[in-house]
Design a protein around this ligand. Structure first.
Ligand SMILES: [Zn+2]
Length: 346
């Protein structure tokens, strides 16, 4: 797997300014912003720029020995610290997989051992005395124990080492950890630039996908490649059922959604509730224009306060979506609450 990626077009300028101050670079950065705008790629491209032996205008040259190591995914001075499940999704060979014994599902957390084993790495000299870069993502995959272990490391930072932490929502992280990092907020790119990029990626109906993704181009591409339409079929069925006053088969739908990553379907529910809230005050919907007719009908009958409460509840659930105690129960109750929130007021 290649570790050598360029900066995305909308991140070039920020990267140039940021990397321009590398002689007084902080040792820990918190790169944060909306999900799906390319924060992970930004961090990887930044790592390449820091490790490159002959950077061009601050950016990785893509040709030197360091860049070639990155390209073959084995630069000794780069570590990715991420949940095993994510490593598997990204196609990395998981070193710690047992070949015998019962198969355990790969962890969705960053394990504290992953930080403890870094000690040896910190004590090894870097290649030609350059930087060492630790990429940690997503930061919210750290539990309190892991976050405290990282905090300890950052309190006595190892020499020549830069930590790049990636987070959607820094407010959900341990405040003492956040205070040890310099923040680098990444903005949502302008629609024109995003659409241009999506089209260059061969995505048809780019504008609809970008709307469905709330303006986040990488999420838009992911949704487009997921095989369904800009609006998930289940969501269309759910909202049209509510609009027509048909009963909801929550059980069957919950079974279907159990196979989808929780953050994907919660995001979709969150977005439809934003649309519902917009429709309830007579504003055009934002995310699912194709469902506008149904959304408006539901919004006309439901209580605006109830819709907005539901939106808040979903936002809270989104933060813990990777750790439901009981996935089936959680899916079921989220759908039931959503349906109830859409019932006629009073
Ligand atoms: Zn290079």
């Amino acid at each position: 797997m290649s570790d050598l990626l360029p900066f995305l077009p909308w991140q070039q300028d920020i990267a140039e300014t940021w990397l321009g101050q590398r002689d007084r670079f902080a040792h820990a950065w918190l790169i944060h912003g909306l999900a799906g705008i390319g924060k992970r790629q930004f961090a990887l491209a930044a790592a390449a720029s820091l490790l490159c032996e002959s950077p061009q205008g601050g950016m990785a040259c893509m040709h030197c020995a360091a860049c070639q190591w990155l390209s073959s995914g084995n630069h000794p001075d780069l570590r990715r610290i991420r949940p095993d499940a994510l490593a598997a999704e990204e196609g990395a060979a998981t070193a710690e997989q047992d070949t015998e014994g019962p198969k355990k599902a790969p962890s969705r957390d960053i394990r504290v051992e992953q930080l403890r084993t870094l000690g040896n790495w910190f004590n090894t000299a870097t290649h030609r005395g350059g930087w060492r870069v630790a990429l940690l993502y997503p930061a919210r995959a750290m539990n309190v124990v892991t976050a405290n272990a990282l905090l300890k490391v950052l309190e006595e930072p190892p020499a020549h080492t830069v930590f790049l932490l990636v987070a959607d929502a820094p407010d959900l992280l341990l405040p003492t950890l956040v205070s040890r990092c310099r923040r680098l907020p990444l903005p949502v790119p302008g629609a024109e630039q995003s659409l241009q990029w999506l089209e260059s990626e061969g995505i048809a109906n780019a504008d609809q996908w970008l709307a469905a993704a709330g303006g986040a181009p990488l999420l838009a591409r992911q949704l487009a490649q997921s095989g369904s339409g800009p609006c998930p079929d289940w969501l269309a069925g759910f909202i049209s059922g509510l609009a027509d006053g048909r009963g909801q088969e929550i059980g069957a739908l919950a079974d279907e959604l159990e196979k989808v990553a929780p953050e994907i379907w919660i995001d979709a529910l969150q977005r439809i509730f934003v649309d519902l809230s917009l429709a309830s005050v007579g504003t055009p919907v934002r995310y699912f224009p194709a469902l506008a007719r149904h959304t408006q009908r539901v919004a006309a009958q439901a209580s605006a306060a109830q819709l907005s409460e539901m939106g808040k509840w979903l936002a809270q659930q989104r933060a813990v979506a990777n750790h439901p105690l009981n996935a089936k129960l959680f899916t079921h109750s989220a759908l039931q609450r959503s349906a109830l929130a859409c019932l006629p007021a009073g």
